[in-house]
Structures are given as structure tokens and as C-alpha cells.
Design a protein around this ligand. Structure first.
Ligand code: CA
Length: 275
């Protein structure tokens, strides 16, 4: 894989945040979550890692890259750093302090991966994506921090929406109007990421803010899922009225039925309905 100079991270909020539901005053936000990872059918090892912290409601997917199983080390370090930082995130206050803490957490993961590479020459050049979802129950909001081409989606009222923007060459070509999203998915250069952890000294994560609705279903995944399964098929699986564990296994199955060329990881977080 090749890399380009790191870009500056973006901060953005979803449009249309004005919202009738007032979580903090009506009832408590609750959620269930599951994580599932699968080697797929072609790769000798699974270099994805995930984190599924029911409390305090912090979730992550990391997709490692590098020879000699180093990708697994990189993604494992990223997930561990998120797990260690999760209890310290200012999820109650939210706002800019939280955004800054998330960006700092991603930088810490980058520094830890790079430090490990220096002590362990076999892992030199290892890297990973990192996508994190944090829930803010007191505020009825979520945050996503993200670098690389793993994705965070949200299913709301049966409609799937991708919350992250891939840091890939083909995504830039889509934005320039040179490719359609479907062409990008199948493009031979689709796995070239423009931002990741472990490669550069300086990294900057995108941060996405949004409100949470009762019944929302969030999905974090590695490209072993969305690279093989179209969004409309993912949406069809996510809308099935099944247990999260079953939905997760159906998603992995769908990727393996389409070739299972890559490791497949999904983390599902379902927000409880209003009682
Ligand atoms: Ca992958």
C-alpha cells in the first residue's frame, strides 16, 4: 500500500440536528452492543481488532496493515488505547473538550503504535485504521472519531447512513466526480488509504457529532464487510427484527458468501426504544 501526506482532520456535525426528542428530560438512553470479528476465507490471519465497552458506551473497530502479523499488533494497540482512555473521556460535558479528548486519544494510539514499531523491528511500518463511536447518554448525542477506511454507519427508521468519510484515494476520486461510489467499491485501488495510524508522526482524526434517536442502530465495520457487501444489502440485514448477535453473524456470512477476501469485523450498538 502507499500513503499520502496526512491531511488535516475535519470536524462536522450531521445536518438537521434540530430534534423533537429530548433525551435528558424524558427517559434514560439505554443500549445493547455486540462485536464480532471473522478472519474471512482468504487471509491467513485476522488483523482486525474491536472494542465493545457497554459502559461507558465506547466502541471501536481497527483494521491493521503490515507484514508478519504486525497489522494485528497495530490494531490491537489502537483498541487497547481506546479502552484505556474511555473512562477518562468527558462524555457528560461533551462539547469541545470531548472533541479534543477524542483527537488526543487517536494521537496517543498513533504514538503508541510508532513506539512499538521502534522496539520491535518486525513490526516496522505497521499501521491501522481506527473508528470510534462514543455515546453521550446525558446529552442524547454521539461522537465519532475516525481515521482510515473503516466505517461507522447508522440505521434510523430503516434508512442506512454512513457517518464517516473514507480516507482513501478512491473516495477523493468520488469527491472529484471521477468515480461513482459503486465504481469506487470495486476499484483496484480501493484499498489505498490516505490517512492511518502508525505511519506518520502527526495524525488528525475526523470528529463527527450528532444526536441519538430512540431505536437508532449504529454499526462500526472494517472494509472486509463494506468492500464486499453493498450498503443496500447491509441495510436489509440490519432492518431484520433479530437479536444483535444474529444480525452480526448474518453480516459476516454475507461478506463470506461474496468471497470473504478480507477480515470482517462488525460492532453493533442498538439504542433502546422509548418505553
Ligand atoms: Ca481490511
Amino acid at each position: 500500500m502507499s500513503h499520502h501526506a496526512p491531511l488535516t482532520g475535519k470536524r462536522h456535525a450531521e445536518p438537521g440536528l434540530a430534534h423533537p426528542v429530548q433525551w435528558p428530560h424524558v427517559y434514560a438512553m439505554q443500549w445493547d452492543a455486540v462485536g464480532l470479528t471473522d478472519c474471512g476465507l482468504r487471509r491467513p490471519q485476522n488483523e482486525d481488532s474491536f472494542l465493545c465497552l457497554q459502559e461507558p458506551g465506547v466502541f471501536a473497530v481497527a483494521d491493521g496493515m503490515g507484514g508478519h502479523a504486525a497489522g494485528e499488533v497495530a490494531s490491537g494497540i489502537a483498541a487497547a488505547i481506546v479502552g484505556a482512555a474511555a473512562p477518562t473521556l468527558p462524555l457528560t460535558s461533551g462539547g469541545r473538550p470531548l472533541d479534543r479528548a477524542l483527537v488526543q486519544m487517536v494521537r496517543s494510539a498513533n504514538a503508541a503504535i510508532r513506539a512499538h514499531s521502534l522496539t520491535e523491528p518486525t513490526t516496522s511500518g505497521m499501521g491501522t485504521t481506527l473508528s470510534v463511536l462514543a455515546l453521550l447518554p446525558e446529552r442524547g448525542e454521539y461522537r465519532v472519531a475516525h481515521i482510515g477506511d473503516s466505517r461507522v454507519y447508522r440505521l434510523r427508521r430503516d434508512k442506512l447512513r454512513q457517518l464517516t468519510i473514507d480516507h482513501t484515494l478512491v473516495q477523493q476520486m468520488v469527491e472529484d466526480g471521477d468515480l461513482t461510489p459503486e465504481q469506487a467499491r470495486r476499484h483496484r485501488l480501493s484499498n489505498i488509504v490516505t490517512r492511518s495510524l502508525g505511519i506518520y508522526e502527526a495524525v488528525d482524526a475526523d470528529v463527527v457529532r450528532g444526536r441519538v434517536d430512540p431505536g437508532d442502530l449504529f454499526m462500526l465495520c472494517s472494509d472486509g464487510l463494506n468492500g464486499l457487501v453493498r450498503d443496500e444489502d447491509i441495510q436489509a440485514i440490519l432492518t431484520q427484527p433479530l437479536a444483535l448477535e444474529v444480525i452480526a453473524s448474518h453480516l459476516v456470512e454475507a461478506a463470506n458468501l461474496r468471497g470473504g477476501y478480507d477480515n470482517i469485523t462488525v460492532v453493533l450498538v442498538r439504542i433502546g426504544d422509548q418505553d
